[in-house]
Design a protein around this ligand. Structure first.
Ligand SMILES: [Zn+2]
Length: 266
């Protein structure tokens, strides 16, 4: 595949310059003192301290406003001229179309422009909160559910965009890793909401890491990300949290309906 340095730059280093949102500040407070083996992940505490329904409601309330049309047009005008892949097969178009429910859940269906680009790595990146860049190799590698999982992860970054840019500018790897885990958690929650097996995120990451290492070696920015095993553990914990929350909700609904029935029987 031809190397397209312009798009490679965008996918590797999405730029900053966005409005501040302070939603999971707790991540940055605790991230610097985390020892992954001993202390539970701070990002996990965000989830364990609430329920999926409440978290989804909070996300909706704290959703960053989309870039206005003028700013978005400017971002699109500034994209590299070469490197966009416009000839797509039916199955590739179908995979891209599968992103719709994910985008809709986060109010981004009428916001993002999705572009497939020629870069060597299997990657997906959100550029300037308005262009979802997917490499052609990634589009070929991931199935529709895995692509949905990774797109959900990218969307989730919008909720902590400012914190992420700050952590990156300060080269604070532990904070960046917590924000990555947080985005993984939101992605898993998103998959469950649209009826997709949440383990699609784990398999997408596994495939992507394996592909990129075998084709390109180790990435220079790997310290920004928790390693795969840590992410996998985190994913399992989130799936368990969703399952326990759902059981508790069902039990309390049964108690309510039993009480209602007993009240009506008197
Ligand atoms: Zn990420």
């Amino acid at each position: 595949m031809t190397l397209r340095p312009e798009f490679f730059r965008l996918v590797s280093y999405p730029s900053s310059g966005h409005q501040a949102y302070q939603f999971p500040v707790v991540l940055l407070v605790f991230a610097s003192c985390v020892s992954a083996a001993v202390v539970p992940e701070p990002a996990l505490q965000i989830f364990l301290g609430t329920t999926p329904d409440t978290l989804l409601r909070n996300l909706k309330v704290n959703r960053p406003p989309a870039l206005n049309e003028q700013a978005k047009a400017q971002v699109i005008r500034c994209l590299p001229r070469d490197g966009e892949v416009t000839k797509l097969s039916d199955s590739e178009r179908k995979k891209l179309a599968s992103l719709e429910p994910v985008l809709r859940l986060h109010g981004r269906d009428a916001v993002y422009v999705v572009k497939v680009v020629e870069v060597p790595a299997a990657v997906i990146a959100l550029h300037e909160r308005s262009v979802l860049l997917i490499s052609a190799s990634g589009l070929a590698l991931w199935n529709a559910q895995e692509l949905q999982a990774l797109a959900a992860h990218e969307i989730a970054h919008e909720y902590t965009w400012e914190q992420y840019q700050l952590a990156r500018s300060r080269k604070e790897s532990p904070a960046m890793q917590q924000l990555e885990l947080y985005s993984d958690g939101i992605a898993i929650l998103t998959l469950a909401q649209i009826g997709v097996d949440p383990s699609a995120l784990t398999s997408a990451l596994k495939k992507g890491i394996r592909y990129n290492r075998s084709h390109l070696g180790f990435a220079r920015n790997e310290d920004q990300y928790p390693d795969f095993k840590r992410r996998q553990r985190f994913h399992r914990a989130i799936i368990e949290w969703m399952s326990v929350s759902s059981t508790k909700r069902n039990e309390s609904e049964q108690v309510v309906s039993r009480s209602a029935w007993q009240a009506s029987a008197h």
